[in-house]
Design a protein around this ligand. Structure first.
Ligand SMILES: NC(=O)c1ccc[n+]([C@@H]2O[C@H](COP(=O)([O-])OP(=O)(O)OC[C@H]3O[C@@H](n4cnc5c(N)ncnc54)[C@H](OP(=O)(O)O)[C@@H]3O)[C@@H](O)[C@H]2O)c1
Length: 332
């Protein structure tokens, strides 16, 4: 067990003015794992759009500054807090979520920490509990995707989007994807059938022309695409699973649902799902194990940046200038 004389490098968010007020510090004390927590030596920290939202104070229930940023990591268990029934042994590598992941050490609730899949590095395991579990929840238990159905996936080149395209194809769906034009080759390579610029003004008309209406929409962009998502979903049978708002919030009224868009709208937050529906969450993790064993879910290939580049990485993510999974190495 490390001593808490030790100091830790970390990225601290100092205001709600966005990633520009995220800065490197080298003198944090080593955290002490509380009840039910592991102390983790972070091997790689995942960067998510939620980090951008937290830095602006727009993430529901997010932390108040100053706080150590980041909430997804994979790394080695180097300490065990009290009250964990059957703790994983010291030295086990786990992936999970917990506050303060943009740091060399963090504490992580043991309940949500999963062993890194055998043979995978820490960085390769990032995304398991966020990107993949979210994409799977949106497609399967909420989206109820069936073979032969058409699924519209927005921001398809992103961290969640890429997982969603792979999974939707695996489940036998036709995939219509949106992404910025520079990212279209990436999305096509994942197997998407149609790839469209999410910002084209006639997006809804073009999707309807190509598909005649979609069975399921994975909606994570919000203001810029929500109207399109509602209007291309098939009336009554179409599902719109809402799990993000990268372009800002959109609104939906009872009037819209009764008179204009008679579709099924479902909200998703993966952390809330894990807490409120633990057996459903467990079934997602079981399915993820199966997908890994079948090679449908390969080891991740995140773009890894030094910790000090975190503010710039968050700014690029905020501007829509990234694709795929992003990670920070707190030891570089
Ligand atoms: N509810 C949950 O439990 C949960 C869990 C994980 C993620 N999420 C949500 O899922 C979404 C994807 O997360 P991620 O971390 O994988 O991020 P990401 O998809 O890698 O990045 C966001 C992408 O959204 C697209 N976008 C469209 N309009 C945008 C705008 N006005 N500003 C910025 N980006 C815009 C951009 O792709 P293009 O350039 O291709 O348009 C951008 O790259 C986010 O909304 C996130 O909050 C939710």
């Amino acid at each position: 067990m490390e001593t808490n004389e030790q100091t830790v490098r970390a990225l601290v968010q100092r205001s709600h003015r966005g990633p520009k007020d995220l800065s490197l510090t080298t003198d944090l004390h080593l955290p002490t794992p509380g009840p039910g927590e592991y102390l983790i030596r972070v091997g790689a920290a995942g960067v998510n759009f939620a980090d951008v939202m937290q830095s602006h104070g727009t993430y529901g229930g997010g932390p108040q500054p100053p706080y150590v940023a980041g909430f997804e990591a994979a790394g080695e268990i180097v300490g065990v807090g009290p009250g964990i029934e059957r703790p994983l042994p010291l030295g086990t590598h786990v992936v999970g979520a917990g506050p303060g992941a943009f740091a060399q050490y963090m504490t992580m609730p043991a309940a949500g920490a999963l062993p890194v899949p055998p043979g995978w590095s820490d960085a390769e395991a990032l995304g398991l509990v966020l990107n993949w579990a979210t994409a799977l929840a949106a497609l399967k238990p909420l989206g109820e995707v069936e073979t032969g159905e058409t699924v519209l996936i927005h921001a398809a080149a992103g961290g969640v989007g890429q997982a969603a395209v792979r999974l939707a194809r695996h489940y036998g769906a036709r995939v219509v994807a949106t992404a910025s034009p520079a990212k279209h080759d990436t999305v096509r390579a994942l197997g998407a059938d149609d790839v469209l610029d999410g910002r084209r003004p006639d997006l809804a008309e073009e999707i309807t022309r190509r598909t005649g209406g979609v069975d399921l929409v994975l909606e994570s962009v919000g203001r810029a695409t929500f109207k399109t998502s509602l209007s291309v979903a098939k009336p009554f049978t179409g599902r719109v699973v809402v799990f993000g708002a990268a372009s800002g919030d959109a609104t939906l009224t009872t009037h819209d649902l009764v008179f204009t868009h008679q579709v099924q709208v479902k909200g998703l937050h993966i952390g809330a799902l894990a807490t409120a529906a633990p057996s459903l969450y467990q079934s997602l993790l079981t399915e993820i194990d199966t997908l890994i064993a079948a090679g449908v879910y390969p080891p991740g290939t995140p773009q890894i940046h030094p910790l000090a580049d975190g503010p710039a990485v968050l700014q690029q993510l905020e501007a829509g200038g990234t694709h795929g999974k992003l990670a920070l190495d707190p030891w570089r």
